[in-house]
Design a protein around this ligand. Sequence first.
Ligand SMILES: [Zn+2]
Length: 519
Amino acid sequence: MITVALTGASGSMGSEALKQLLELDDLKLKILLRPKKSNLLLGKRLLKKYKNRLDVIFGDLSEYKDCELLIKDVDYVLHCGAIIPPKSDHQPSSTFNSNFGGTKNLVDAVLNSGRADEIKFVNIGTVALYGNRDYHHPWGRVGDPLMPSTYDIYAATKLKAERYVLEAGLPHFVSLRQTAILHKNMFMNNIKDGLMFHTCWNAPLDWVTDIDSGLLCKNLVKFDSEGTLKEGFWQKVYNIGSDDAGRCTGFDVFDDGFKLMGGSTKKFFKPNWNVIRNFHGMWFYDSDLLNSYLDYQKTDLNEYWKGLGKKLWYFKLGAIVPPQLISKFVIQRLFSNTNSPLYWRKIRHLGRLEAFFGPNETLETLPDKWDDFPLLSEGKTPEGDIDYNEVKTKEWASKHLLNHGYDETKPDNELDISDMRQAAEFRGGKCLSSTMTKGDLYTKLEWECHDGHRFMATPYTILKAGHWCPECCQPLPWHWGELSQHIPFFAQVYWDTHDKSETGTYPISNDEDDFISEE
Ligand SMILES: [Zn+2]
C-alpha cells in the first residue's frame, strides 16, 4: 500500500490529482484542508465517496503540527497547496505564512520524521517565478533568471519556498514549475477581481489543462512506485508545460473564451484596459523533458475548449445578450476593484502604474482602438512586423535562449569550480569556495553577491535552477532594475520591457493599506 500526502486538494490542480491518484489500486491518500465551510462540505463528500482510502485532516499549512500529522507514515508528499492570485494580492501576510511557511513546515516535518530518506517530496512551483516576458525572449527554460513581477506576492513567496525545498538536503525532491492551468472554473474565478486586467495581450502563455496536471501527479506516483520512472528524475527542477498547441498569447486566451460566447476580445475589451508588462508567462522550451518522464501531455486543447463551451451555461450568454452589455456588466464593473489599473489611476498609485505600464504616464497614452495596438499574435510589435509563426518554432527559440553563464554543453559530471566561478561572475558576484568535487552539484558552496552578501547554496540551485542571492534577489523590496545594473544574468532579459532609467525601488508603504486588506 502506498500512502500519499496531498496539499491543495480543493484547488484546480489538487482536485484533479486527488481524483486521478485514487484511480490507482493500493493507494491511500491523506489530504489537508483548511477548516472553512466549503472545505468541511468537500471533506464530507470525499469521505463518502472514497471511504477508507482517504484521510482528511482539517488544519493549516502554516501550523507545523498539522504538517507533521499530514506527512506521518506517507511515501510521497505532493505539495500543490498555495494561496494564489487574486487572494494573495489582498492578503500578503497570510500568503507568506501559507506559501513559504507552509512549505518550510512540510519540509521540516519530513526532515524531522526520521524517514527523510524514504519520503519523496514533490513541490509544485510556478511559471510566475520567471517574471515578465515579451516578444524579445518569449521562450524560457529551467535555469533562466528568477525575477517575480513587481507586487506579485504569490511569486515572491513561491520563490522563497522553492529555494527552501532545493536547499533542504532532501534525497528525493523535485520542484515542478506549473504554467497557467486551464480549468472549468477559470472564467468564473477571473471575473471577480481586477486581476483580469493583469494579463498582457502580448504575453507569451503556455497552457496545460487541469486533467493533464492531475495525470502528471498520478503517473509520477505510479511510475516511481512500480519502478518504471526513468533514471535521473529526482533532485531536479522542471517546467510543466504543453506541447505546441498550448503556446499562445494573452490575447488568444481571452479570444478563445469569448469565441465560445460568439464574440471576441475586440468586441468585449479595449486594448488600454489591460496592463502592458509586469505579468508572467512564457513558452517553455523544455517542457518535453518532464513529459518524457511522466507522459502527461494528452489533452487536445481545442477539444477542451469545446467541452467547456458545451458544459458551462455562461458561454451560451453570447447568443442572447449583446456584447456591449456583457462588456458593461461583466467586465467594466471591475474597473473600481482595487486590483484594477483604472482604480490605481484614480487613487494615483504611482508605484503600480509604473510597474505595470512604465514610467511617464504610459497608461494615459495607450491607444483605445485595436487598429492602433500592435498585437504579437498578428505579427506586430512596437518595433515593426515579425513572422509570428516563425517565432513560435523551436528552431527560432534555440537561437534566442538566455545565457546561464557557464558552458552548458558540458555534462553535469564534468562541471567543476571554474564553471562555478564563471557562473558567479555572470551573476555579478563570486564563488568563494576554492574547491569542489567535480560533478557534485548537491554539496553546498559559499558564494558572494555584488552587494557583499555571503551565502551557502548548492551548484544545482545556482547554475541549474536559476536562484541567486537569498538576501537581495528575493522580494521584498522589488528592485530588479537596480539589481540588473550589477547582474548581467538579470540584465539580459529585464531591459526587454524596462527603460534603462528604471533603477529605483518600488514603494510598498502606507499607501498600500487601501489596496491590501487582511482577512
Ligand atoms: Zn545580495
